[in-house]
Design a protein around this ligand. Structure first.
Ligand SMILES: NC(=O)c1ccc[n+]([C@@H]2O[C@H](COP(=O)([O-])OP(=O)(O)OC[C@H]3O[C@@H](n4cnc5c(N)ncnc54)[C@H](OP(=O)(O)O)[C@@H]3O)[C@@H](O)[C@H]2O)c1
Length: 289
């Protein structure tokens, strides 16, 4: 491994960023992490706090770093914060900061289902972010993840919250599938992609070895508890998502589930040469949560 790698991470307080920063700090990587608000730093980690990724605050500090890992993103929008602003425009800004500070590579987490023919606003914003990165002339690796799970991920938190109420709801048939991937595998791959040239200038699906229906996943998730599983009418689920910003499933949560997108795990496995953990095995053995 290249010993003196200097890595910048954006969106430092997020789920993946927290796991990644811990992993990198354990590897003694020289780390600079950027967040909108105060956070506790690890060993070998410099922190930068900036609400709007202000160039004046950031540029001098990240100058001559090697790689930037961009982990800012939103999956739900409001009148104050929409997909274009955060997923696309902030990515453009971060790409410009990277170029000005002579960073040579960007790693970005897009989304499984992003494609040039998508008609979904969320995916369009991620697609346009991908374009910003590809057109930047910098080296890049773009990952398109399915559900990344581990301790405290949003998807599991959402299911746990429902379990507490005694019932998990499945919108529609529950026959659409997901390919969950374990966060420990994800941070390993992201790290590998910071220094291994074989990851350069590629778009790779970030999906685990299991391809499982949502219904099967939920059943295993709640195994051994008294949780009821109830299928709810899809029209009602969408209606709720449209009229209530705090509904169990947001509009794009539903779109992504029902979209039933499939990723290429074999390609990921071949390029990374990592032995992936099966999230279903982790759930079965109680080691996931
Ligand atoms: N987790 C998954 O299963 C999954 C699946 C597909 C794609 N992804 C993508 O992977 C990336 C990281 O995901 P995650 O699960 O770690 O998400 P997360 O926990 O929600 O973290 C995203 C981070 O983005 C930053 N952010 C949010 N709103 C912002 C705003 N208005 N202005 C500036 N920064 C803002 C925040 O960082 P600070 O609070 O530190 O400022 C936040 O912690 C995202 O781009 C996401 O779309 C994740």
């Amino acid at each position: 491994m290249v010993k003196s790698l200097k890595i910048v991470v954006t969106g430092a307080s997020g789920f993946i960023a927290k796991n990644l920063r811990k992993y990198l700090s354990e590897k003694n990587v020289d780390l600079i992490s950027i967040s909108r608000s105060e956070f506790k730093n690890f060993n070998y980690e410099t922190k930068i706090i900036s609400k709007n990724y202000n160039e004046k605050i950031i540029l001098e500090k990240i100058k001559n770093s090697d790689v930037l890992i961009h982990l800012v993103g939103i999956g739900k929008q409001s009148v104050n914060t929409d997909y274009d602003m955060i997923n696309t425009d902030l990515t453009k800004h971060v790409v410009n900061l990277s170029k000005k500070s002579k960073i040579t590579k960007i790693i970005y987490l897009s989304g499984l289902g992003v494609s040039p023919i998508t008609s979904l606003g969320y995916f369009i914003s991620k697609y346009n972010a991908e374009r910003q990165i590809i057109d930047s002339g910098l080296d890049f690796t773009i990952f398109r993840p399915s559900y990344i799970v581990g301790k405290d991920d949003l998807f599991s938190k959402h299911l746990k919250k429902q379990m507490k109420s005694g019932e998990i709801k499945i919108p529609g048939s529950g026959k659409y599938s997901i390919q969950p991937i374990y966060v420990s595998d994800v941070v390993k791959i992201i790290f590998e992609s910071t220094w291994q040239p074989k990851f350069n200038n590629k778009i790779i699906d970030l999906v685990g070895p299991d391809n499982v229906t949502f219904e099967k996943y939920v059943k295993l998730f709640s195994k051994g508890t008294k949780t009821k599983i109830r299928k709810i009418n899809l029209e009602n689920a969408y209606h709720n998502a449209i009229i209530n910003s705090k509904s169990d499933f947001g509009i794009d949560d539903l779109n992504i589930l029902i979209g039933d997108f499939k990723g290429d795990h074999k390609k990921l496995s071949k390029i990374s040469e990592i032995k992936f953990q099966s999230v279903m095995d982790l759930l079965q053995s109680g080691r996931l949560l």
